[in-house]
Design a protein around this ligand. Structure first.
Ligand SMILES: C[S@@+](CC[C@H](N)C(=O)[O-])C[C@H]1O[C@@H](n2cnc3c(N)ncnc32)[C@H](O)[C@@H]1O
Length: 277
């Protein structure tokens, strides 16, 4: 029987997020309130050294940079160099002062021990196939007492934004021979707390937060999913055109029950967590 190939999985994620980088940046505006909530929780202050992991188009990193100011440092890091490049080119020059950029796998960080006061990860911890390895690295690079602030998707049944799309894919396309790690696995009750504690971090809070997700049509919903899920977008791009068309029809049927007051509503649950080394 084949075994899960983490390196292959990461290569697919990297290719996919590079593929969708510009669209991901555009769609990020719809998640501005989530980003603000995470930064509020992380509370970077002047002079701090911050690592934003799985940074994507660097928006969280840029918010942190505004707070740490010229005496601080913010490194935006992501496995997909195209995401960092798109984000960097969209930032005004005055935002770049304390910012640096580093393409790297979050499970193998090229940073010295104890060099950061704060690590942030927006919608990213679940993308690491071995999240415990990423957390061991985070613990290593944080100063004693340093903070980790993360957002992750809630349990599957609370995230229609992704679950409807995955249900359609599962009905039309044979499953991968080896199951991939679920993006919902840290949203199960107690899972995030357990993972953080096992990594040697003291959990200060884990709280639910609702992400409003509204769409004008099934096509908008489907595009919204593709603009968020790099790995899925990469795999689906290899399907023949007729299968892609059937998938769009399937999505239209799937979301029929989501209409409310002229909008497709797929509001989804997030968990926001803060932990300390
Ligand atoms: C859903 S996006 C989140 C982006 C951004 N933090 C946000 O809040 O919108 C997930 C990001 O994780 C990155 N990623 C996936 N696997 C990774 C890995 N092994 N190491 C570092 N980054 C990774 C992807 O390239 C992508 O930019």
């Amino acid at each position: 029987m084949s075994r899960f190939d983490a390196e292959r999985f990461k290569a697919n994620e990297r290719a996919g997020f590079n593929r969708i980088a510009a669209r991901y940046l555009d769609a990020s505006a719809s998640r501005a309130a989530l980003q603000a909530a995470l930064i509020e929780q992380a509370a970077p202050v002047a002079g701090e050294r911050v690592l934003d992991l799985a940074s994507g188009p660097c928006l969280l990193a840029a918010d942190a940079a505004r707070r740490v100011g010229p005496g601080g440092l913010v490194i935006a890091s992501d496995i997909a160099e195209g995401m960092l490049a798109v984000g960097r080119s969209a930032l005004p020059p005055e935002a770049l002062g304390p910012m640096r950029f580093c393409a790297a796998d979050g499970e193998h960080l090229p940073f010295a021990d104890g060099g950061f006061d704060l690590v942030t990860i927006g919608l990213g911890l679940f993308v690491f196939p071995h999240a415990e390895r990423a957390l061991a690295e985070i613990r290593r690079i944080l100063v004693p007492g340093g903070r980790l602030a993360v957002s992750v998707w809630g349990a599957r049944e609370t995230v229609p934004l992704i679950a409807h799309a995955q249900d359609c894919i599962a009905r039309l396309i044979p499953p991968p021979r080896v199951p991939r790690p679920s993006v919902f696995r840290l949203g199960e009750p107690g899972a995030l707390e357990a993972l953080l504690s096992t990594a040697g971090l003291a959990v200060e809070s884990v709280a639910p937060w609702t992400l409003p997700c509204r769409f004008a049509s099934p096509a908008d919903y489907w595009q919204g999913f593709l603009d968020l899920a790099g790995g899925a977008a990469e795999s689906l791009s290899r399907l023949p055109a007729d299968v892609q068309a059937r998938l769009r029809d399937e999505v239209a049927r799937e979301v029929e029950g989501c209409w409310h007051d002229g909008q497709l509503v797929a509001d989804s649950q997030i968990l926001l967590a803060l932990a300390r080394r």
